[in-house]
Write a protein that binds this ligand. Structure first.
Ligand code: SF4
Ligand code: SF4
Ligand code: FES
Length: 566
């Protein structure tokens, strides 16, 4: 566990040092960052103990599960979302602890906000719903327990796939999208606010977790966009510190600049497994392998290619059986894995992957739909689910379902809206959930004459899925993708070889060639010095030959332009 001091994508801020006591020991944290980050950076990953005294660490990392609750200045707080600012003392909650009963003040009056639509969750789905409602002048209030809008986009450093008619989010990094989702006017978005119940009379009970103020929101309609929680498979020692879900790994790494391990085993070859592994390597860790119990890789092939090109082996039909704890059970040293068929280990194939200090569990997400269930009891047909709370999916589908839910409310209200817009959003929502389908066996290539007259690109994107930023990236109208079921087509007569598209593809699937000069143009997302000798590899990670990194240019939007490799 250590502090990330430099990062190729994120700017690491320098902030004020805050001192506090942890079990009587002086700990330093950084203003604006969480207690969990400070404790991990100081080498204290254990925050509590189970009833049979097993060490416990973070579970969700995003304030949803309560596994990290501690006594912070005498108040039970979730340290994964509580900042070190102004705190004095952090202690484990004693086994026999019971909070003092607070005197009931019957004279106290509570704020009650009235609105037409209450939206729980200020992530992509909730904010997309808000945008449509605002466009139709429908009063709404958004409630979220985080201190910023954007939900899980906030901890995503990679560029996002979006299939759009007009360029909006496609190719933007998650944290950049988060900042733009609500526009400039954030009126009616209540942050640091957790919904603790939905009461009779369409009343949403809320607590501000910073001020402890209780307030209520009364609404006619409810949208629940509460996202998802990580799914944790069962294996021996799955509870020891050192075994973390991807949500914890990403939140700590990309928001808290805290790396939970230097040699990491990832479990789950889906998009989350690929992206967290890629991000771990960017942040300075080494991912030793990605395990997948299924006989084939999941997720989008372009994402799988990016990790294989980094030399990370993807081991299919392989199951994690056990985490091997270190001597004092504060971390891990290895894992027992085995071949598997139908998720059952094949006897005799057990083996140890040692010399690792963290396991990154990326085995999927589960809908966080408890408030949706309660909302259905109270709001009846006037409750609508959106985003991961109803179906786990990509950012595109969360945004589109958020909009669709808003249109459905407009319909229920009898408000005026364009039915064509509703149909178009609905169609895009369905298309966005399409699994990648292989469309081409090989890339489009220029003929021999064209390939030597001008530079060109090859687009190694052979599966149809909901993505098209490459279309907007080309200023010469050379790239077209007609639907989510097709792949980008390139017109080599129009392509002038400007290489703009190379660094704007979120799948890192476009590669540029200047055969006359013997140059390659590659999307590079690492701190790497010009003049470095590099391996040139294929999509399986196999070395082909050596190259020399001639130059790197950081582009306007904080992206790297291609390196020229002679
Ligand atoms: S290299 Fe330039 S001109 Fe050619 S497809 Fe890419 S963006 Fe368009
Ligand atoms: S080539 Fe186009 S469609 Fe394929 S991943 Fe890149 S931007 Fe998306
Ligand atoms: S609430 Fe902090 S780890 Fe889940």
């Amino acid at each position: 566990m250590f502090k990330i001091e430099k990062h190729p994508i994120l700017e690491v801020p320098k902030t004020e040092i805050i001192e506090f006591l942890f079990e009587g020991k002086k700990i330093e944290g950084e203003k604006g960052f969480t207690i969990a980050a400070a404790l991990h950076q100081a080498g204290h990953p254990v925050h509590s103990h189970s009833l049979d005294n097993r060490n416990r660490s973070l579970e969700c990392g995003i304030g949803k599960c309560g596994a990290c609750e501690m006594l912070v200045d005498g108040i039970i707080s979730r340290i994964c979302i509580t900042k070190v600012d102004n705190i004095k003392e952090v202690r484990e909650i004693p086994v026999d602890y019971s909070p003092a009963a607070l005197p009931v003040n019957k004279d106290i009056s509570y704020n009650v906000f009235n609105t037409e639509v209450a939206i729980i969750g200020a992530g992509p789905a909730g904010l997309a719903a808000r945008e449509v409602l605002n466009q139709h002048e429908v009063p709404n209030i958004v409630i979220d327990n985080n201190d910023k809008i954007g939900g899980q986009f906030l901890m995503q450093t990679h560029q996002f796939f979006f299939f759009e008619k007009e360029k909006k989010f496609g190719g933007m990094r998650g944290f950049d999208i988060a900042g733009t989702l609500a526009g400039d006017d954030h009126t009616g978005i209540f942050l640091n606010s957790t919904v603790w119940d939905i009461l009779e009379g369409n009343r949403i009970a809320v607590k501000n977790i910073l001020t402890n103020e209780i307030y209520f929101v009364d609404a006619k309609y409810l949208i629940v966009a509460t996202g998802a929680v990580p799914f944790m498979p069962a294996f021996e020692n799955d509870d020891v510190p050192g075994v973390y879900t991807a949500a914890v790994v990403q939140k700590m790494m990309n928001n808290e600049f805290t790396l939970l391990g230097q040699r990491v085993l990832t479990v789950g070859a889906g998009n989350i497994g690929y992206l967290t592994s890629y991000q771990l390597m960017q942040a300075g860790a080494k991912v030793v392998a990605i395990l997948e119990a299924m006989p084939r890789e999941g997720g989008f092939p372009v994402q799988a290619n990016r990790v294989r090109r980094l030399g990370i082996p993807v081991l299919t039909s392989t199951i994690l059986l056990k985490a091997i704890p270190n001597k004092d059970n504060t971390g891990i040293t290895g894992a027992v894995v085995a071949d598997c068929v139908d998720f059952q280990a094949v006897p005799g194939t057990e083996r140890i992957i040692d010399n690792i200090d963290a396991i990154n569990i990326c085995t999927g997400l589960v809908q966080d739909d408890q408030l949706l269930a309660k909302g259905k009891e109270i709001f009846g047909r006037n409750v609508f689910g959106a985003g991961d709370a109803i179906r786990i999916g990509e950012g595109t589908s969360a945004v589109l379902r958020g909009k669709q839910a808003a249109f459905e409310i407009l319909d229920e209200m009898g408000a005026k809206f364009s039915y064509d817009d509703f149909l178009s959003v609905s169609k895009e929502y369905i298309d966005s959930q399409q699994h990648p389908v292989r469309v081409r066996e090989d890339v489009y290539r220029p003929d021999e004459t064209r390939s030597v007259t001008k530079p060109f690109v090859l687009i190694d994107c052979l599966y149809g899925f909901a993505c098209n930023p490459c279309e907007f990236a080309c200023p010469h109208d050379a790239i077209h993708k007609t639907s989510t079921s097709t792949v980008p087509h390139i017109d080599f007569d129009k392509c002038i070889g400007c290489m703009e598209c190379v660094y704007q593809c979120p799948g890192l699937a476009i590669f540029g060639y200047n055969l006359k000069k013997d140059w390659l143009f590659l999307p590079i997302e690492y701190e790497i010095s010009e003049g470095t000798k590099v391996f040139l590899v294929d999509n399986t990670g196999k070395n082909w030959e050596m190259g020399l990194l001639k130059n790197t240019e950081k582009e306007k939007q904080d992206r790297y332009s291609p390196g020229k490799i002679p």
